[in-house]
Design a protein around this ligand. Structure first.
Ligand code: ADP
Ligand code: MG
Length: 265
């Protein structure tokens, strides 16, 4: 299996008023094509920084970020992103919010084709009939579903999810986890999910990477060998409970090592 995402020995520091703040320190991580990788680590350790480096919105001081074997030197169109805040534009309908990336990356695609693609995704996430609503007319969970459609509308190779379910209530969150598995079955993306929720990582991912405290490096990688469908009940199996305990222990080590003392933000 080829690695679609390869991060090799990446170090990065932000320049701040009080001097350089090292955020990533020789971080190495790879995600094979079609796999779902979850990244967990203490608050402020550099997870969002990592997503910006993969998307080509920033470049590392040292080391390389390669997508499909090519070093990232500019922003990537083949990346879709979704965040904790769905950031939908209130003056656009849900359909027109979902279409937005196509207006940018495929300006010559006919309007009807863009709409068909957006409608197909909205139906897949259960938002059929809400195409003409405004974001404020939808619940938080529905807005996040629309935001996922927008991140996938241009068929990105890579889907980056930065804590997209963090602000939702527990039941809505579980619905969206199940939705992620349905989306995965239909859309051919490779995913990198940043999360604070260990259950979420075990339910969704093929591979969970635990980052150390800042400056982050890869501390631990858990490979989950779980072919086939994943009913939510899989979280209660002996195997999952063991995985969760292993991850919990690693997080404690990471927080202990963090130069923020584990109490960041
Ligand atoms: P995480 O997503 O793991 O919580 P971030 O990658 O957002 O962490 O940030 C890592 C550290 O870098 C934090 O201490 C944060 O305050 C700092 N940081 C993030 N962005 C900037 C920036 N543009 N300039 C200076 N410091 C930043
Ligand atoms: Mg973050």
């Amino acid at each position: 299996m080829t690695n679609l995402i390869e991060i090799e020995g990446v170090s990065h520091a932000y320049q701040t008023a009080s001097g350089p703040l090292p955020v990533l320190d020789g971080l190495t991580l790879s995600v094979p094509e079609g796999r779902f990788c979850a990244v967990v680590g203490p608050s402020g350790c550099g997870k969002s920084t990592l997503t910006r480096l993969i998307a080509g919105l920033m470049f590392p001081d040292r080391g390389e970020v390669r997508l499909n074997g090519e070093v990232v030197r500019s922003p990537r169109k083949s990346v879709g992103m979704a965040f904790q805040n769905p950031v939908l534009l209130e003056w656009r309908t849900i359909l027109n919010n979902v279409i937005l990336p196509l207006e940018i990356v495929a300006p010559r695609m006919p309007r009807s084709q863009r709409e068909d693609r957006a409608r197909e995704l909205l139906a897949l996430v259960g938002l059929e009939g809400f195409e003409d609503k405004r974001p404020s007319e939808l619940s938080g969970g529905m807005r996040q579903r629309a935001s996922l459609c927008r991140s996938l509308v241009h068929k990105p190779d890579i889907l980056i999810l930065d804590e997209p379910f963090g602000a939702l209530d527990a039941f809505t969150r579980e619905d969206l986890w199940q939705l992620m598995h349905r989306l995965r079955a239909e859309e051919p993306f490779t995913a990198l999910l940043i999360t604070h929720d260990l259950r979420e990582s075990v339910y969704l991912a093929d591979q969970v990477v635990v980052l150390s405290g800042r400056p982050a490096r890869t501390q631990f990688v858990l490979d989950l060998d779980l072919p086939g469908p994943r009913p939510i009940e899989m979280l209660y199996t002996t195997q999952s409970v063991e995985w969760l305990a292993q991850l919990r222990a690693q997080i404690e080590i990471a927080q202990g090592r963090s130069d923020t003392g584990g109490h960041a933000r």
